[in-house]
Design a protein around this ligand. Sequence first.
Ligand code: HAM
Length: 423
Amino acid sequence: MNVQIPRGTQDILPEQAAIWQYIEQITRELCKRYQYNEIRTPIFEHTEVFSRGVGETTDIVQKEMYTFQDRGDRSITLRPEGTAAVVRSFVENKMFGWASQPVKLFYYGPMFRYERPQAGRFRQFVQFGVEALGSADPAIDAEVISLAMNTYKSLGLKELKLVINSLGDQESRTKHREALVAHFEPRIGEFCSDCQNRLHKNPLRILDCKKDRDHELMKTAPSILEYLNPESKSYFEKVLKHLEAMEIPYTVDPTLVRGLDYYNHTAFEIMSDAKGFGAITTLCGGGRYNGLVEEFGGPETPGIGFAMSIERLIAALAAESITLPIEHATDVYVVAMGEAAQDYSVKLVNELRLQGFSADRDYNGRKVKAQFKAADRANARYVAVLGDDELNKKTITLKDMESGEQQEIALESFVATLKKQQQ
Ligand code: HAM
């Protein structure tokens, strides 16, 4: 059998997994500080959660979903993103009735999109995301953005660019939409078939087309910012004001539309500005989705959130040459010489572990010198040397690998002595 990993997926080997764990720990700590609590939704959902939630005209729904009929002939989809699933759960579990509002949630887990794999683009990737449901205060938009920015900053990233736009409310969007149709319709024949399909269904998405991005009509397309009604304009200005107060630099880009249909008002992306970062520079995307809860049968509830993939975050760390402070240390490595000592070390290592030390020994019949080498590789803080001689004397030699000092300790009190030394 010659089986290889599916395209667009990757194995995370132990050394890399330590990096993933570190990042996850940082995100969890930050969420705690910002008071976002974890939600875990299923890896698969009924297909309509995403087709209706994310939007029928989006690339995700039209081209990228892993959809299949299960044995009960239901259409099931591996989740391509988290927001629609969280909103489904919000409505199903009546979170709109919870005493503390807004409901602030975060999630961390694999998502699946059938995309063309390339650097930074996978078919299975892990998203860390947050959703805040139940507040239409511009301060929560700024909070969500600041949480995303601080995630990157706490890992040491510096070359970041926050791009922000407002898509306005329903009224502003309808007016802008009409203007877009009028702008593109006379020459829509010059655009790709996707854009032609989008003209009447969702003309905003034409602005996001990768094939036609250099067409002259793209540059002269009416900007949403000119169509924002006074309420939408004032909402956007307040978000920006809060960002300024938190000293988060931003760039307003009226062409930022995002690839999912549920957005209105605030839309944002965080890019890596690092030299040498691949073609895909977007690290994080998010925005407001007032109306999505109603789409799922819940009461009128505003919402905002973001999601970022850990794969792109790790790529950004590499582009800025950042190494995370990860320690692979072993507290004690037991080197044993002779059969009796080797047998005894099985019990000793177990005792150390039960007392809370990370401890290891040799399992390959290595000679003493090679055991010391293994202890070195394991980055052992202490090496405990036990030979048949010591065993007869009921002692053990403890070598401090930092100072090089050695001491002989009574076997009986060995674990207790070590505990004292660690304090
Ligand atoms: P999105 O822009 O589709 O938004 O994805 C958000 C982030 O997920 C991207 O910025 C990128 O970091 C990562 N990502 C997306 N596709 C891939 C891929 N194929 N490989 C690696 N990373 C990828 C959403 O998913 C929205 N649910 C975000 C949101 C939450 N909006 C409001 N709340």
